[in-house]
Design a protein. Structure first.
Length: 242
DNA sequence: ATACATGTTGGAGC
DNA sequence: GGCTCCAACATGTA
């Protein structure tokens, strides 16, 4: 379910509920449902992998983790974590994390850190990277404080695109490559978004889940890597280790 | 059918 | 306090 682009698409799918009043809210999520009832959705936003329902003075923060899903005006098997009923229609959220946060998203989130946001700042990302010379690039791409919205697919594909080995230490990567890293983290994420919209994402995978490198024909390596301990695919033939 | 996977969090332990 | 490690959570797919 997740990775930033997928959440952005979800937000678009439900955006018609903006300015609509929640007539009733229920679900297994441990939040004060009363608080939401009778309130009007002011805005539906995203920050990276987070889906945000903004009301006056507070907002709901939904994270789909690995298995989350949602349905618009329909249900699936199993108990929803959250159902929002409106005069016309309902939204169901499953297997996700739901939190009620006071204030507005602007108080909490740095939009410059969201690769999909128009306020994204590559410059700021580079400054954050510079502070972590000992960290592995495979971990840094998954750091939501630096690249909010980037997930494990994007991580693998970006590193393949820029020919950088995932176990490279940031401090050893030449500045030119770091520029490419930051640029491609955004560019690939937008490619992902387009492909996902067209239901053709998997078709475009170059390295994740592959056995043979599409570029040089070498055998692709797969290992659990970094502090994040996520599966990492790379080609030793054409991804340089710094 | 058993294992794995687009992810994060909270608590234990040091 | 802060860092790291791990369990826990939950579900569709191969």
């Amino acid at each position: 379910m997740p990775e930033g682009p997928t959440i952005l698409i979800a937000a678009e799918e439900i955006r018609s509920f903006t300015r609509k009043r929640v007539t009733y809210a229920e679900g297994s999520a441990l939040i004060d449902m009363q608080r939401v009832q009778g309130k009007t959705v002011k805005e539906i936003r995203t920050w990276g992998k987070l889906l945000l329902f903004c009301f006056d003075g507070f907002f709901l923060r939904i994270h789909f983790l690995l298995f989350g899903s949602y349905r618009v005006n329909e249900r699936r098997a199993g108990k929803p974590k959250l159902t929002l009923y409106f005069a016309k229609g309902e939204l169901n959220f499953y297997a996700c994390s739901v939190k009620l946060m006071e204030g507005t998203p602007d108080d909490v989130f740095n939009w410059k850190g969201d690769v999909l946001n128009k306020l994204w700042s590559g410059k700021e990302a580079k400054a954050k990277l510079k502070e972590k010379p000992a960290a592995l690039v495979c971990d840094l791409l998954l750091d939501q404080d630096i690249f909010s919205g980037v997930g494990n697919i994007i991580k693998n594909e970006v590193l393949f695109r820029i020919h950088v080995h995932p176990a490279s230490k940031l401090g050893k990567i030449p500045p030119r490559k770091i520029n490419q890293l930051v640029k491609e983290a955004v560019d690939y994420t937008f490619d992902f978004l387009e492909w996902k919209r067209n239901f053709e994402l998997k078709k475009h995978f170059q390295i994740i889940g592959k056995k043979i490198c599409p570029r040089c024909g070498s055998k692709v390596k797969k290992e659990i890597m970094g502090k994040t301990k996520r599966r990492t695919f790379y080609c030793t033939g054409c991804q340089e280790k710094y």
